[in-house]
Design a protein around this ligand. Sequence first.
Ligand SMILES: Cc1cc2nc3c(=O)[nH]c(=O)nc-3n(C[C@H](O)[C@H](O)[C@H](O)COP(=O)(O)OP(=O)(O)OC[C@H]3O[C@@H](n4cnc5c(N)ncnc54)[C@H](O)[C@@H]3O)c2cc1C
Length: 490
Amino acid sequence: MLDVLIAGAGPVGLWLAAELRLHGVEVAVVERRAAPDGRSRAVGMQAGTLDTFATRGLAQRFIERGTPVPTGHFGAATTRLDFSTVGAVHPFMLALGQSVTEQLLEEHAVAVGAQVLRGQEVVSLTQSPDAVEVVIRAGGTHRTVRARWVVGCDGTRSAVRQAAGIDFPGQDTTLTGWLADIELDDPLTAPLAATGPAGSFLAAPIGDGVHRLAGLSTATMHRGTGEPLTLEEVREQTRTLLGRDLGIRNPRWLSRYGNATRQAARYRAGRVLVAGDAAHMFFPAGGQGMNLGIQDATNLGWKLAATLQDRAPDGLLDSYDTERRPAARAVIDNTRAQLALFAAASPEQIALREVWSAALAEPQTNRQWARRIAGFDDPVSADTTPGAHPLNGTRLAGLALDAADAPTAHPLMHHGRPLLLDLGGTRTPCLADGVEQRAVTVNTEAAHAIWRDVTAVLIRPDARIAWAGTDTDPQRRAADCLTALRTLCR
Ligand SMILES: Cc1cc2nc3c(=O)[nH]c(=O)nc-3n(C[C@H](O)[C@H](O)[C@H](O)COP(=O)(O)OP(=O)(O)OC[C@H]3O[C@@H](n4cnc5c(N)ncnc54)[C@H](O)[C@@H]3O)c2cc1C
């Protein structure tokens, strides 16, 4: 019997497979499509995803294939978000087509031992107390596979989610935007945004001489997603929204997309879990869906592996739902707010967009939203322990180290185990099985101020901080650290 069967070889399923393999879990990914889809929905990889890939030593292979973009937008506001402030290892958004992302993730997943089986569609499943039986259709025949756990990473229409009886409440599409992946007579060197009473327009180079043009026009935003988009309409829309047509030619992909917004009522039903678009869908504003899904997988991988291997404390696997549902809810809210700004048409709505642009010029506000969009500020459950450090529960960011092999903690996390860093010059006598420990000094010039009083930090495999301590007494520190450690592993 397989340990884990994953439905869907999109970015989320492939990344989850690789994360499970870090812990030796036997995993297979079944994918309905016989061959990868050459089109790319996502063209933006956020700094938060690059940071995650850096914890496994993989960020560079993505960066080599993409183009760093130092700023981003929120609702096409004229003041851009400055990603250099977010405390990331790679403080930019990477323009990179989803098809390349998937190719690199598949190569990695296969290299670490995951099976990726194409032309195989999950059609139904049934659960028993110890296993899940999954019916898979391949080339006109059906077979049954048994797995201890199943994860649906099979997109918004997830067959796994439906078969597990997980509701997907929300709203259908009411507005549509359009996109064109296209060549331009005068290629852009940087992203372009324009807003006005007719709607909003974005354009950015996405590699290989192709540009992503995306617009939301108040005149056409009620057209259905199924209504064909022509080159002539893109030309006309570009002229209307931008004032010139950019010399568009040779379209690769023309499409409309909608604002259907839904979220799974729960992310787990017995031995079945959902992640990525199978768990949430929303208007693609700000380049967040794939990034959010990759964080779902990063959160789930080590927890599911620990559960399978009898290392998990009570409640660890359920914390996947309690941590990741609020994260998606926050992204849903910000995409709705962005859509309101994209679609601003009345003088009042246009004034709101201008007020918002002015607010983003304030550095603290800009940093807060740059961190949100980059994936660093998921809402966290507050640590109510008396004296708890404000870093507890947050994502690792802004920690610079004085170590030749590790300018940040990320290179020390390739193994995917919890990492205890001693930063205060004395070792915490806290060694436990399965925990890596390292003494390093903080580079106080480069580290964010919040790190300066920290004497030890316990970092989860998904680079979230389980506990940060300021005690200079090693014994007291060890006791606090062990309490935190018990929430991660037995
Ligand atoms: C226009 C547009 C632009 C976007 N831009 C961005 C962006 O810039 N940045 C960003 O982060 N996100 C963006 N997104 C969102 C992003 O594309 C998705 O969030 C992302 O693809 C989700 O990944 P996933 O692996 O969860 O699902 P998917 O990518 O949908 O993959 C699911 C896979 O499951 C397979 N499958 C489906 N059913 C079955 C079955 N029954 N059995 C087996 N396999 C099955 C499918 O064939 C597919 O390969 C955009 C979306 C759109 C529409």
